[in-house]
Write a new protein. Structure first.
Lengths: 336, 288
């Protein structure tokens, strides 16, 4: 949204998402649908970092901490309550509260970018170790055993709100996840178009100037970070629900670096970019996972390096610049 | 009484380990302001270098003290030439590129050695303290960590090389005007930092074993230590290592290792909330 009205790019993207959401279940088989459901859930995760990093300028390397926390919150609550609505709400609230707490220490301590990156990364790795060590009967929350590195299997999946006896089937789950993608995408654009969103972007551009203009930089960053944490939690909840399984791997370094790669590949400072990056890399990871020729980490490392060194802007902004050169800047400026 | 002695040794060990894993980073980050997220993988490579050399009949001390730093130092110089040099001054890009590099190393080592733990036995056996047995090698590690700090201090303070390095970090243009080539100094400094990291990786290999993904366990701790240490790289690293090492080992002794690590992180976050520029931002200012 630019200048208070909807830019054609955002409308176009939204329409495309809705069309995909409605059309795909008719076209692909069950396996493909499940695959696309997890892709869509990951897109929400990509959007959360795209927002926090690309617009808030907050170098968060621990987005998977909130993702995992969302997954585990969903798992523990769903097992204890036996119904998914409260679990889903908590899976957003708990990571958001945790993000707020962590953010308070970081932003009110006025830590610089780099320190932020390192602290958030360490938090994730600590969670990874912590959850890995919760094997055994001693570690349980209510009825839910945490199971350490084995993870928590056979979680209750999403059900029609208020009716635990009526779980969502794969097609309905896909609709739901896609609805969340659209809501998060549009919601973030609405937020960015608001006064708050403009201040956030201004802070990214020049922190000192914003401070001198009287805006509370720390509070704005804290809010962005908290919102990002909540969205990542939602993604974690949907991910846990997708496989009816959650394990400490949601906190692993591989997970964290994947999210960063999605945003880098897609393009920083856009919301469409992280989605595109996420889809490409997810597809690649799935393909690479089924062959033995080359290690996935190896390929991802090379792609990561190549993008930082050769295409630092990422795909979407680079294409946009190419487009601008072809048809004149005014037409393409607003795209997505 | 024995227990106190053993506990003291445990703490000393924790401190020495932190010093070892972060001293190379302190050089690279503290002096050059280059964030090397492949630091954990440098440690991992040092460990593999030592293990492979030992398994091929090289004396274990030579493998740890010579082969490991040499191999990783060379890798460091190559990485600096190919990647990091392009990105000087772009801190965040460097950080991302080295993250890519770290994935690359993990991938390549997994391909070569497989995703299994490799290890070598610790030399020197153990010695009894009252009712407890203590590995002599762990004692040697404490001494080595102290020796490494001392050597770096002497080199930076007393030698011409150290003077040139410090001068170039302070003001590269002035150094260039005086006939020093900053790119060469950067490459050397990075290489030395990488070599020290490789040395640490080699020395720790008999204790903790090596796994392609072991770097992740080190990198966070190393960064926390260096960042909490602040601007004075040696005093800062030593002070932060002492603080976090003690917190970590005491918590580990009385609860579990994981709580110990979480305590280390919590201590770091609290510390940075009140001393955003690290320990040496407030105390020991102006030391090295």
């Amino acid at each position: 949204v630019i200048g208070g009205r909807w830019s054609p790019g955002i409308v176009l993207t939204t329409v495309a998402m809705v069309v995909i959401a409605l059309g795909v279940p008719q076209l692909v088989d069950q396996f493909g649908l499940l695959q696309l459901t997890v892709f869509a859930a990951m897109c929400i995760l990509a959007l959360s970092l795209g927002f926090v990093w690309g617009y808030g300028g907050i170098l968060c390397f621990g987005q998977s901490a909130f993702f995992g926390l969302g997954g585990y919150t969903y798992a523990v609550t769903a097992i204890n309550v036996g119904e998914s609505t409260l679990a889903t709400i908590l899976a957003v609230v708990v990571p958001a509260v945790f993000a707020a707490l962590l953010g308070y220490f970081m932003f009110y301590g006025r830590l610089s970018d780099v320190y932020l990156g390192v602290i958030t990364l360490s938090v994730t790795l600590i969670f990874f170790n912590l959850m890995n060590s919760t094997a055994g009967d001693a570690y349980r929350v209510g009825k839910a055993r945490l199971n350490g590195f084995n993870g928590m299997p056979s979680l209750p999946t999403l059900n029609v709100p208020g009716d635990p006896g009526r779980p969502l089937d794969p097609t309905e789950t896909f609709y739901l996840v896609m609805a969340f993608v659209v809501i998060v995408y549009v919601g973030l654009h609405v937020l960015l178009a608001s006064h708050f969103g403009r201040v956030v972007v201004a802070i990214r551009e020049n922190e000192t100037r914003c401070e001198l203009l009287g805006y509370d930089v720390r509070l704005h960053k804290l809010l962005v970070f908290t919102i990002g944490g909540g969205i990542a939690g939602l993604a974690g909840c949907l991910f846990a629900n997708w496989g009816a399984f959650v394990s400490p791997n949601v906190f692993s370094l591989t997970m964290t670096s994947q999210i960063i790669i999605w945003v880098i590949v897609g393009g920083l400072g856009t919301l469409l970019g992280p989605i595109i990056g996420c889809l490409i890399m997810q597809y690649l990871a799935t393909t690479l996972g089924t062959q033995q020729l080359a290690n996935t980490n190896l390929i991802f490392g090379i792609i990561f390096l190549a993008f930082v060194l050769l295409v630092p802007r990422g795909i979407v902004p680079s294409l946009r610049r190419l487009g601008a050169r072809a048809v004149g800047p005014a037409r393409v400026r607003d795209l997505a | 009484m024995d227990l106190v002695a053993v506990l003291m040794l445990e703490i000393l060990n924790g401190v020495a380990t932190l010093v070892l894993i972060s001293v190379g980073l302190a050089i690279i980050f503290g002096m050059m302001r280059v964030i090397n997220l492949a630091h954990g993988e440098f440690l991992m490579l040092g460990g593999y270098a030592a293990i492979v050399a030992t398994n091929h009949g090289v004396n274990i001390w030579v493998a740890m003290l010579v082969v490991a730093p040499l191999v990783v130092g060379v890798i460091g110089v190559i990485a600096e030439r190919l990647i990091i040099r392009v990105l000087y001054g772009r801190m965040i890009d460097t950080l991302l590129a080295t993250w890519g590099l770290s994935l690359f190393f993990v991938g390549i080592v997994t391909t070569i050695f497989g995703n299994t733990v490799a290890g070598i036995g610790a030399p020197l056996g153990s010695v009894g303290v009252g009712r407890y047995n203590i590995s002599v090698y762990r004692l040697v590690l404490v001494g080595l960590a102290a020796a490494i700090l001392a050597v770096i201090f002497v080199v930076l303070r007393r030698t011409r090389l150290g003077l040139i390095a410090r001068g170039t970090m302070e003001n590269p243009n002035m150094a260039a005007a005086l006939g020093v080539s900053p790119p060469r100094v950067y490459a050397t400094t990075f290489g030395v930092g990488a070599a020290l990291t490789g040395l640490a990786g080699g020395l720790l290999a008999p204790i903790s074993g090596v796994l392609p993904t072991v770097g992740a366990a080190y990198v966070a701790k190393a960064f926390i230590t260096v960042i909490s240490g602040g601007t004075a790289i040696l005093a800062g690293t030593a002070a932060a290592s002492t603080l976090f090492g003690s917190v970590n080992q005491l918590l580990t002794y009385f609860t579990t290792p994981v709580i110990g690590e979480a305590g280390l992180l919590a201590a770091a976050i609290l510390l940075l909330r009140f001393l955003p520029h690290g320990i040496t931002g407030k105390l020991f200012r102006g030391s090295l």
